[in-house]
Ligand binder design. Structure first.
Ligand code: NOJ
Length: 573
């Protein structure tokens, strides 16, 4: 257990501390290997804490390191109270907490409680129809009139996210269980109060161990719609996404907050909420309701799909993207709080997706995207490697993909008659694998990630793009992130200023102001690879404003170079 230092425990978490914090996400398997087995681990993370302190972030979000069969790289937990030997031990985790706290860094654990692994003892007990744990998961009989176990006999037609059906047949009991991600990830039944109490107890155990909060995986799926909770045969199966935000979501979140003491101890709480609307987020993050501090919306990362399927590619225009972020800024301006992200372990690399990762524009587009994101109001999230502009990898054939989602999509789409070429095009644009290539630390073999064979090949551009090179270059993406993080810490307008979108329909320029008291901060960013004339007449007159940060030495007051951005601050006199 970590001892109570002034830099850990509730005393280190004053009210609202997370409103001026920047979070850094670590996907442990790809961060840093310490023992040569080719998989990143906890001692590897501890060895890189000085790097994170140098970057200046406040909180580490640790993707799952719990015991797991790794069907979904740890998002399938078989023991919430232990660490998978792949990543180390509880002692290693305690050491990480202590060493992080000693550097003023906080630790936010990933909490995956919509589902467990099918290897979790709770689920193993639940396989027995006589066990009181039977009801801890969703077991259902076959569709009326169908022979259990035969094709089409599943209780409904819902597909799983990573498998053809959300229902898995158990021949021993001739019933099916629900796993809306995959058969290895059965959904917990939150209607059962014993399930909820077991989860709260586990969360209290982690808080006592010294963690500073939780990022909650697909937390809006914990309350299931009536057709699943009633136990009656399911009529008219709804689409997968509609399983979100069931009728008891707010009740469960408020209960969790109370029972674990989340707000009482000022723990940071971030709910991942695919498919949730602004209205849901307003309720969840309204401090008066004591649910969560902030949510991850998916709206802005689904604008480049033509349908609910992320694989149906659409071109994204700048006005569409900035409008969506503005919608959330306005919607959470008075109560509630935004999380700000472009990158994470489930998304392709932001610089390749929203920027221009060509050698000519990679650095400036990574900087400008970061400028725009970090100067919105909310808590910014940096995903490992984003801080020095890591790009998508050259994944061109199905053999290059390892992720369960990519492999399932490929198999189903090809079997369904979609041309292989088209499937590979979608995977190359949207596959989660891009985010999971090892962190490129330096230009040595395997980019300094491992002394062994990496579990996933390193992006071949590592000799150019790596943390070491970026740290040594004062004009690097890394240096720019340091400045943005410093601004977030030191400037109240960045923290709390009111947001206003300007030039809403401009196809190249993303411009907005943030205002607090007599100070106005103006961000103008050219989000394109050609120069952009600044429509000065349509912007506030910031005569005498101070240039706080820029990607280029400004050559021309009225023209922005490709991917050039400027941040100006004016104080009214
Ligand atoms: C969301 C996580 O971010 C993703 O990686 C995972 O596959 C699903 N939830 C299921 O846990």
């Amino acid at each position: 257990m970590t001892a109570e230092h002034p830099w850990s425990g509730p005393a280190s978490r004053p009210d609202g501390w997370w409103r001026s914090a920047v979070v850094y996400q670590i996907y442990p398997r790809s961060f840093q290997d310490s023992d040569g087995d080719g998989v990143g681990d906890i001692p590897g993370i501890t060895s890189r804490l000085d790097y994170l302190a140098e970057l200046g972030v406040d909180v580490i979000w640790l993707s799952p390191v719990y015991r797991s069969p790794q069907v979904d790289n740890g998002y399938d937990i078989s023991d919430y109270l232990d660490i998978d030997p792949l990543f180390g031990s509880l002692d290693h985790l305690d050491e990480l907490i202590t060493e992080a706290h000693a550097r003023g860094l906080k630790l936010m654990m990933d909490l995956v409680v919509n589902h467990t692994s099918d290897q979790h003892l709770w689920f193993i007990a639940s396989r027995n129809p006589d066990s009181f744990k039977r009801d801890w998961y969703f077991w259902r009989r076959a569709r009326p009139g169908h022979e259990p176990g035969t094709s089409g006999a599943e209780p409904d037609d819902r597909p799983a996210a990573f498998a053809p059906s959300a229902w898995t047949y158990d021949p021993a009991t001739r019933e099916y269980y629900l796993g809306i991600f995959s058969p290895g990830q059965p959904d917990l039944n939150w209607e059962n109060p014993e399930v909820r109490q077991a989860i709260y107890e586990m969360m209290r155990w982690w808080v006592a161990r010294g963690v500073d909060g939780f990022r909650m995986d697909v937390i809006n799926l914990i309350s299931k719609p009536g057709e699943l909770t009633s136990g009656a045969p399911i009529q008219d199966p709804p689409a997968c996404r509609q399983i979100a935000t069931g009728p008891r979501l707010h009740e469960f979140l408020a209960e969790m907050n109370r029972e674990v003491g989340l707000d009482e101890q000022n723990l940071i709480t971030v709910g991942e909420m695919p498919g949730s609307t602004l209205e849901v987020a307003q309720r969840v993050t309204d401090p008066a309701r004591h649910e969560l501090n902030m949510v991850f919306t998916f709206e802005h990362v689904e604008l480049d799909n033509t349908s609910a399927s992320k694989w149906d590619l659409a071109e994204l225009s700048l006005p569409t993207l900035k409008d969506n972020l503005a919608h959330w800024q306005y919607g959470l301006a008075d109560a509630g709080w935004n999380s700000l992200y472009l990158d994470n372990h489930d998304q392709p690399r932001a610089v390749s997706r929203f920027g221009d990762d060509s050698p000519e524009h990679r650095v400036n587009s990574a900087k400008t995207l970061a400028t725009v994101l970090h100067l919105h109001k909310g808590t910014p999230f940096v995903y490992q490697g984003e801080e020095f502009g890591m790009t998508n990898a050259p994944l061109t054939e199905i053999g290059h993909y390892l992720d369960v989602e990519s492999l399932n999509y490929h198999a189903l789409a090809v079997a369904g008659g979609t041309a292989e070429e088209q499937v590979l095009r979608s995977l190359a644009r949207k596959g989660r694998d891009h985010a999971r290539t090892p962190v490129q630390w330096d230009d040595s073999r395997h980019a300094g990630f491992t002394a062994g064979t990496p579990w996933m090949p390193v992006n071949p551009n590592y000799s150019e793009i790596n943390a070491d090179a970026a740290r040594r270059d004062p004009r690097s993406v890394f240096a720019h992130f340091q400045q943005l993080i410093r601004l977030r810490h030191t400037n109240e307008v960045v923290q709390e200023g009111r947001f206003e979108l300007l030039l809403r329909n401009h196809e190249q320029i993303w411009a907005f102001t943030r205002t607090l008291g007599d100070q106005t901060l103006l961000v103008v960013a050219n989000c394109s690879s050609i120069p952009a004339e600044i429509p000065l007449a349509s912007l506030p007159d910031l005569d005498g404003a101070e240039l706080m940060l820029g990607t280029h030495a400004p050559a021309n007051a009225s023209v922005l170079g490709p991917w050039e951005s400027r941040v100006l601050l004016q104080t009214a006199h």
